[in-house]
Design a protein around this ligand. Structure first.
Ligand code: PLP
Ligand code: COI
Length: 342
């Protein structure tokens, strides 16, 4: 029997990014071409067959999204339609069935509503992180897609992913790659993260927050970080972010590109050489878990490049952060359809 968390267990102002067993999660099962038996469940365990493709061949896809408590006590989701769309692009890459957008959105809302007491209070900065995922299950041994699947969403209250929140941290490049050119970098699949565990651990052991991956063909251009996309603000007011076929199309990135344009910057996806960091006055990591985390420095071989400061967030990064969070927490109106009331 799982012992579930209690809202009174949490120190909302000091949460880190970790799993807590909340009472409800969503489940749906796919067999013979249809989704069935969908609804809320209490059991956090998934009994699956030993031949499941998710266990052997990594046939699994996941998403990450958040629920935000508004000042009026209501709850927002941020662009959940984009998570549904990306999950289906990832599913297509791994020959997994489509999750109907309506089912995805209703499931996300149901999980938030059922666990509403665990959506952290407004003003703490903490949020309820949702982890939708889909796995191939059933008896298989050959390398082929499963016939059956489970789609599920669990939730856990979280604080900052990169320690320090808006305090800059240090990053380092690696000789390893997380995804190949033409591989699964654009899909949110567990295999990319499995490949990142060892380089990530080496970076952590050496005192860095995360790895800056370089492009897998030339090892010359910035790809992304282990758990977030990268952006740099140029000295002449451009918001630049890597363009690459082997990185995750971050929803936070596309949102921040729009916010940057609103703030009068020019936003562009482009090639960013690891040898051309002097063009930037500020840099940051961006993602659902990472939110915006200033990149204080990048160490590449013997070179350590410091951006704005190793201790203070830069002014433009701070503006981007303020505007994005104001939209997400419902303090300010953002572009149409970004916010979904739960
Ligand atoms: N890149 C990687 C490798 C990630 O794990 C994430 C997190 O989801 C992102 C980028 C950012 O994507 P998003 O902004 O959609 O959360
Ligand atoms: C997210 O930001 O949702 C992620 O998936 C990052 C990480 C926790 C894997």
């Amino acid at each position: 029997m799982t012992e579930f968390a209690n809202p009174s267990d949490f120190d909302w102002n000091n949460l880190n990014f970790s799993y807590h067993p909340l009472p409800y999660r969503f489940r749906a099962y796919y067999d013979n071409g249809t989704w069935h038996d969908m609804g809320l469940e209490t059991d956090p365990y998934l009994p699956i067959h030993e031949g499941s493709t998710a266990l052997h061949y990594g046939q699994q896809v996941f998403e990450g999204m958040k629920a935000y408590r508004r000042a009026d006590g209501g709850i927002n989701l941020f662009r959940p339609d984009q998570n549904a769309a990306r999950m289906n692009r990832s599913n297509a890459r791994l020959l997994m069935p489509e999750v109907p957008t309506e089912m995805f959105l209703e499931a996300a809302k149901a999980v938030v509503q059922a666990n509403a007491d665990f959506v952290p209070p407004y003003g703490t900065g903490a949020t309820l992180y949702l982890r939708p995922f889909i796995i191939g299950v059933g008896p298989n041994v050959g390398v082929q897609p499963a016939a059956s699947y489970i789609f599920t969403i669990f939730a856990t209250p979280v604080g900052p992913y990169y320690k320090g929140g808006l305090t800059p941290t240090a990053y380092v490049t690696s000789d390893y790659d997380r995804a190949a050119h033409g591989g699964t970098g654009q899909a949110k699949v567990g295999g990319n993260y499995a490949a990142s565990l060892m380089p990530g651990d080496q970076a952590h052991q050496a005192g860095y927050s995360d790895v800056v991956y370089l492009d897998p063909r030339l090892h010359e251009n910035i790809e992304e970080l282990g758990s977030a996309n990268f952006f740099g603000i140029t000295k002449d007011g451009q918001f630049l972010t890597p363009k690459s076929p082997s990185i995750l199309p971050s929803i936070t990135k596309y949102s921040l590109m729009a916010v940057a344009e609103e703030l009068g910057l020019t936003a562009r996806e482009t090639t960013i050489s690891i040898h051309d960091l002097d063009q930037f006055s500020e840099a940051g990591a961006m993602g659902t878990a990472a939110v915006i985390s200033p990149v204080g420095s990048i160490t590449h071989g013997d070179d350590k490049h410091v951006f704005f400061s190793e201790t203070e967030v830069g002014p433009i990064t701070q503006q981007l952060y303020n505007r994005l969070l104001a939209i997400q927490f419902g303090d300010e109106k953002g572009p149409e359809n970004w916010i979904v009331d739960v």
